[in-house]
Every structure is written in structure tokens, then in C-alpha cells.
Design a protein. Sequence first.
Length: 478
Amino acid sequence: MGYNEAVMNNLEVIVKKDRDSFIEEFNNAVSSSDAEFLVVLCEGNRMDEGTRDKAVAALLNNTDAVLVVPKKLYQFPERIEGVILRRSEAEKFRMNKELKFSYEADFLLRMISGKNFLLMPELDFEQAESEDRDLRKTLPARNIDWYLEDMEKFLLKLIRDISNVNGGKLPVLYQFYVMYYLKCRMDANIGGEAERKFSETATREILGKASEILSFVDDEVIMECFEFPTYTEEYQFRRMMLFMKYGHSLPLVEVKAQRTKMRNTEPINARKTALIGSFSEMYPLDRKNLRLSGLGLMMNDVPVYSSNMLFASVNCIELEEGYLRLEGSFTDAFDKDVFDYFMMLDDQRLDIEFTDSGRMREYFGAVSFKDYSFRAMIPMQALDSKKHTLYFVIGYQDREYIIPFDFKKYTNDQDENSTKFCRQMGDWLISTDDYTALGDTAAQPSQRVSNEDCIIIEKYSWLKKAGKVITGQLKSEK
């Protein structure tokens, strides 16, 4: 008998059917199968013998690993299809038939507690169910039980049990799963659509359980201080989760204009993950007084946001009765009642007007966060034949910090590599440029900001237009 044949004879395939028959068959196989390894597949999955052979060989070469995951971590541990288990380790656990929804995740998360497991997304495996990160497309009907019953019987019980065997601390891998779990349930109620609306009492109970669940999660994880593929969300959502965790006792947020590093945390006890490390360091860029150093929001000494991450999305830019009208929006990370926002045309300050058209998001029928939207009117009579620079600024304690422009929404440019904007508007050319235009040609590339950071306004000429066309800056006229 060849090596491959011996391996495959030591692997039992369990076919996933309806919930009850699958749970029963799986638990029976875990208890009584003669195979050393088990794999779950359902109709439409594609996992050839070569892939199974490689996965089993990986387990044979790593005797301390309890299972192999042939997919990315964000696809695990929510579903068990394609996961190859060491039966002797799986035998210590059972799928809980009392759970309506999360019985697979419950089994897998308990099995890997304190154990090593292998992530091998390079293995050739196709899952029939949707593998994207949006659980709204893959989970059963989102009724009240999917929230309240699943939170209590599955997640709260699981994290209490796991914490109890880890000295009262929930390991960081489980914390990220918690954030993914909660994000899916929040996303499933964006806007509070009719079929997802609950009574006021039920909503309070759901949010109360979410708050209890978040008490097990570190602020660094909530605020996404680490790169991890299962939980990625914008600052406003993360801030909302902090409010949910702390209620009215949210810790004071400090503002510091200095270099800061994200704090490290414990590594995941799993091979080949390389998932937890320091978040990309948010280093402000100090260039004399050129308004480039960043503002950092700090909470309990944890950096939670930086002005270097902020950008103004341009929604409209056009000539209007002697003015260049620019409308845009940006994240409300820095309170407009505390910080000063304005435009600078060369060295001239131009005030902006806040409007009420920014993006808004609701969860459970309540407004949870809203972007700042603004309008700026730049008088064209203040311009001459020279090249003029327009940039957006946030001011704090007599210092100024650049907010880059972003034109992607305005241009609908499908070319991700195209970052420049250029339009002919009447007698003017409006384009993006970097800070070399401000005279600091000695700056290193790492000290420069992106091409959208400021807007160049200059008199139109056919030579300038030809140069823009040749360099690919001017693609179409508006």
C-alpha cells in the first residue's frame, strides 16, 4: 500500500446535510470512527485527494497541532467545512445540539483552546457556501434568537468557560472572534429595516448582552490596534463599540502631537498564523513648520486614531459665479467643537461651512455615527497668473495639520493606481500635486504625502493642458 493510499485510508469524510443528522453523524464519528483524521464536506465543496494528502501530512509532521484549516482565518472558525481534525483530540468534545446557530463555531473554538492549529490557505479547497466576510449572506434568518439566545447560550457561555481556564483572561484570538461575531450582528441591523426591527425592550436586551460580551475584550482589540483579517472596521464603528462597552463612563480621550507606537499583545498560540504584531506605526511627519506632524487620539495610553489617517473625500468641485465651490466630507474623529477646520489658499485662510449632508449610519433604528460634511467657496478674484496651492487643515493648539483630499468618489476612477485628479474649468486647470510644490524638494519620499494632499490652481494654457495629457493627469474634461 502506497503512502498516499495509507493516508487516505486513515481519513474519514463526513458529508454535511441537514443540521440534526449532521450533528448526530459527526458526534458518532468522533466517538467511534477507526480513522485517525476527520474532514467535513458538503455538496459543492471541492477538496481533491492531493489536498487532503497534504493536509494530513502537515498534521503528521506537527503532532502538537489539533487541526488544519485550508482557508483564511476569517473563514474559520465560523464553519467547519474543509477543516481536517485529529480525531483523538476531537473526541474530547461534542457538537452541542442545543445550539441553533453556532454549533460549529462552538465546537472548533473549544477544540483549539490552548492548542496549536495549522492555517494553510495555500491548499486547494473551494467551499460551496459564500466565503466572504459578510455573514449576512450565509447565516439563517436573523430573528431575535440569532441575537439573544445565541449570545447567551453560545457566546457568553463560551467566553466565560475559556476565560476561566485562562486565569480570567480571554485569549486574543477569541477576542477577535467576538468582534467579528458582534460586527455581523450589528451589520445585520443597519438602518433597522422592518424585518429586522425589534421591540424597544428586546433592543435594550441585545445591546446589554453586547456590552457584557465586550467587557471580555481589550480596548486595543476593539480599536483595531492590530492587523487581523477577521475584524476590520472604520474608526467610528470601533468608537461606537467602545461606547457600548463603557456606557457613559467612556475613558477620557487625550490628544497628543507626538510619535506613538501601538502596544504589542500576546501572540496567538497557533502555527503559521503570523497574525498578531504591532499595528503599522503611526509616525507623524515633522517637516519644520509645514503642517505635517500628526495628531494622535489616545485612550488609556492606547493610540486609537491619528490625523494622518484622516482624509477629506471630495464630492463636488466646480466653478460657480466667480468661486471655486468644493464640497466634501470626512470622519468625525476630531470634534469640530474642539478642533478648527479651514482651508488655506497659499498663506490665506479661508473658512469652511459645515453642512448636513454627510454619510449617516443607523443601527437598531438609532443614529450611531455621522460624517462631517462641508462646503468651501474659493474666490477666483484672489488668484493671479501664478500657480496657487489649496489645502485642507485641522488646527489645534496653534498648530496646523494637513488633511489630504481624496477624489475617488468624485471621479469614479476604476484605476486603483490612478491617484491624480486634473480638470480644465473655464480659464483654469485644477489638479492634485504633492508637497514638492511647496518648495521642500529635499524631503525624502517617506516624508512626502500622497498626490491628493493639496490642489493646484493655475491659469489654463494649451501647453499646460498638453503636458497634463502627456503625463496622464488629464484624462477627460468635465
